[in-house]
Design a binder for this molecule. Structure first.
Ligand SMILES: C[S@@+](CC[C@H](N)C(=O)[O-])C[C@H]1O[C@@H](n2cnc3c(N)ncnc32)[C@H](O)[C@@H]1O
Length: 217
């Protein structure tokens, strides 16, 4: 099974043209192993089948790497993953983009504790699990991301106090969320929507990029 998962991961990584070392791919597999091991204790995901976890969680989260890399251009910025749960996509970002400083915030204490445990086990010094409501955060992040978290209006309204000057939001969504875009506050605008393809999954996914409309970014 382990070999099958490793093969599925490297095939997906190639399909996405990602440049990940053998060590990074092993860490991704180790992360999946930790989710499987602790899922019952921490209640991290409804998925139990490792092959499904690979496609629906790991490969799905990996689709964020290329767009985020195009945005950061290798800068060591601070990234906040809102409603990160077991660390998706935050842990994946921390593994694949070691220059980033990634904080995964969740209101559920044991989910934040799990991310802390992942950081320690996988020696990810650029990863932190934080137990808090995102609305309470004020330290600035240059990119605030989310996956399967909330509607776009709630996402930006609840996290805007943590957005750095010139910062952007990056939301991983299913099909193009026109209704949510139409309901955004007037001082937030979408500046890019890009389709995402998850290898091995026939689903609609997109990345929605947003920023305060007065920003000069
Ligand atoms: C559906 S889960 C998504 C988890 C993960 N991002 C993923 O893709 O698997 C949404 C998470 O948001 C967290 N959450 C809900 N409201 C929140 C808030 N105001 N601040 C921080 N986390 C919140 C929940 O505890 C839950 O773990």
């Amino acid at each position: 099974m382990t070999d099958t998962l490793a093969h599925g991961l490297s095939t997906g990584v190639q399909a996405m043209s990602l440049n990940l070392s053998a060590e990074q791919q092993q860490r991704l597999l180790d992360y999946m192993g930790l989710i499987q091991k602790w899922n019952k204790v921490y209640n991290l995901t409804a998925l139990r089948d490792p092959a499904e976890m690979l496609t629906h969680h790991l490969l799905d989260s990996l689709t964020a790497i290329a767009p985020l890399t195009r945005h950061t251009l290798g800068e060591p910025i601070r990234v906040l993953d809102v409603g990160s749960g077991g660390g998706l996509p935050g842990v994946v970002l921390a593994i694949c983009m070691p220059e980033l400083h990634v904080t995964c915030v969740d209101t559920v204490a044991k989910k934040a504790a799990f991310v802390q445990q992942v950081a320690a086990s996988l020696k990810l010094t650029n990863l932190k699990g934080l137990h808090a409501r995102v609305e309470s955060l004020t330290e600035p992040y240059q990119v605030i991301c989310s996956r399967a978290f909330a509607s776009l209006p709630d996402f930006v309204n609840w996290s805007r106090s943590a957005l750095a000057d010139g910062g952007v939001w990056m939301a991983m969504k299913g099909k193009h969320p026109q209704d949510e875009i139409d309901a955004l506050p007037s001082d937030v605008k979408v500046f890019h929507v890009e389709p995402l393809t998850v290898p091995g999954l026939d689903v609609e996914r997109c990345m929605v990029w947003l920023k305060p409309s007065l920003s000069l970014v």
